[in-house]
Write a protein that binds this ligand. Structure first.
Ligand code: NDP
Length: 462
């Protein structure tokens, strides 16, 4: 789902903010996802900007925050299994390096374009700041579609992609990782080609590596587990908990699977998961082992779950609301892709009694959907904060690579839990300080922005 919400004129009380939003909209007219992300973040910064308006204006701080430091696009030629030459487009957006080397995943999906790369890179700046680890914001990828490709085709594509990308990355420069369509297999091929070209074992140049060559234990689980740690904190702060609640999850990839695993461990009942075609509904609770086998081993469609659990139901997507969001649940975890929950989806979920939404994916709710949830007292854990466990553990992977040492699964998992607990505390504090109640969407944006603004100010006009 890549259709964005409507982008009306900004209406904050800060003239400076309105001006920056308007100019960004005029400058990037063909980038709806990027504009959606900018508008969502900047509008929520109103109380902070009103306090520091002259200072930020003099430093052109917001104008610089919305402008990537660098965008690299490149051609990726490769040969398919029939010997036919193919060409894709590669991207790396090095958005903001104030807090550390650019850090953010690579997405391989046919919908990838500059708008999507920029929205993801922009979000990443704030997410990475929230982790309190020394990492800047970046993102990259390609419009290459890995679905249906052989391992050899994936390898040839990754080798060609890295042949160009290696000119622009390095363990102290820019450190990519996985995202949609890029998992351990792809990271392995990318790392191999980097090492071959550089003739240098620079383990920290990529994260999400295999455990046998510099990967971190718990990295695979980190985004999903981290989401649930954040949800645990958010629910507890509002007198709720996971135990005994029903959960629906969109997606059945890396984030979705490990969010489901951790939610189950806290006593929640996961009744639905999905892929881009439709969802399965198992009122007795999803058997996660079957999903793992289908998705992590066989790379099959989720519909095949019915071959193993004939009592479950399969609902095909048709219409504006993806089938998974038509199922009744207390807790909703969108873990697939952007703009998955539109206003119509939000209304259906509220009608069905949803109490909390946890964004495992990046920007899975449109701005209108978020507003609707908040107005209807549905708690929202914003992706920037709630899915930061992946990048945080990637930073822990870099740390282990630098030490030439590794931590046990439990050590990494404990650090991850601590980081997510702290992110929630910072988010909550910022929301309270600025009188925003339990609007954690604004709280996370403000907490992150204040860190970035301070560091950008210290580093001068660059
Ligand atoms: P995966 O590729 O492992 O899984 C993606 C899942 O989402 C699949 O089930 C896929 O279904 C589904 N999906 C993808 N595109 C669409 C679409 N257009 N419509 C409906 N469903 C779709 O990716 P991840 O789990 O790694 O990433 C999921 C989300 O989490 C993304 O937004 C990503 O940016 C975000 N994220 C990921 C992190 C990570 O560590 N991996 C870290 C932080 C955020 P199908 O197989 O049918 O395509």
């Amino acid at each position: 789902m890549n259709s964005s919400c409507t982008l009306d004129s900004p209406q904050t009380k800060s003239e400076y903010l309105n001006d920056v939003i308007s100019k960004t909209m005029a400058k990037n007219p063909n980038e709806p996802e990027f504009l959606q992300a900018v508008k969502e973040v900047l509008s929520s910064l109103e109380p902070v900007v009103l306090k520091h308006e002259t200072e930020y204006k003099d430093l052109a701080l917001l104008e610089r925050v919305v402008e990537p430091e660098r965008i690299i696009t490149f051609r990726v030629p490769w040969i398919d299994d029939n010997g036919k030459a193919r060409v894709n487009r590669g991207f790396r957006v090095q958005f903001n390096g104030t807090l550390g080397p650019y850090k953010g995943g690579l997405r391989f999906h046919p919908t990838v374009n500059q708008s999507i790369m920029k929205f993801l890179g922009f979000e990443q700046i704030f997410k990475n700041a929230l982790t309190c680890l020394p990492i800047g914001g970046g993102k990259g990828g390609s419009d290459f579609d890995p679905k249906g490709k052989s391992d050899n085709e994936i390898m040839r594509f990754c080798q060609s992609f890295m042949t160009e990308l290696q000119k622009h990355i390095g363990q102290d420069v820019d450190v990519p990782a996985g995202d949609i369509g890029v998992g351990a297999r792809e990271i392995g091929f990318l790392f191999g080609q980097y090492r071959r070209i550089k003739n240098n074992y620079e383990a920290g140049v990529l994260t999400g590596k295999g455990l046998d060559y510099g990967g971190s234990l718990a990295r695979k689980e980190a985004t999903g587990y981290g989401l649930i740690y954040f949800m645990r904190e958010m629910l507890a702060a509002n007198g709720l908990n996971l135990s005994g609640n029903t959960v629906i999850i969109s997606g059945s990839g890396n984030v979705a699977i490990y969010a489901a695993e951790k939610a189950l461990s806290y006593g929640a009942k996961v009744v639905a998961m999905s892929d881009s075609n439709g969802c399965i509904y198992d009122k007795d609770g999803i058997k996660l082992d079957i999903i793992k086998e289908l998705k992590e081993v066989k790379r099959a469609r989720i519909k095949e779950y019915l071959n193993h659990c004939p009592n479950a139901e399969y609902k095909e997507n048709n219409g504006e609301i993806p089938a998974v969001y038509t199922i009744k649940a207390d807790i909703v975890l969108p873990c697939a892709t952007q703009n998955d929950i539109t206003l119509a989806g939000a209304k259906a979920l509220v009608e069905n009694g949803a109490k909390a939404v946890g964004e495992g994916a990046n920007m899975p709710c449109t701005n209108e959907a978020i507003e609707y949830f908040l107005k209807n007292n549905v708690l929202v854990a914003p992706g920037k904060a709630a899915n930061a466990g992946g990048v945080a553990t990637s930073a822990l992977e870099m740390c282990q690579n630098s030490m030439r040492y590794f931590w046990s699964f439990d050590e990494v998992d404990k650090k991850l839990d601590g980081i997510m607990t702290n992110i929630f505390a910072e988010t909550k504090k910022a929301a309270e300080v600025y009188g925003l109640g339990n609007n954690y969407v604004a709280g996370a944006n403000i907490a992150a922005f204040r860190k970035i603004a301070k560091a950008m100010k210290s580093q001068g006009l660059i």
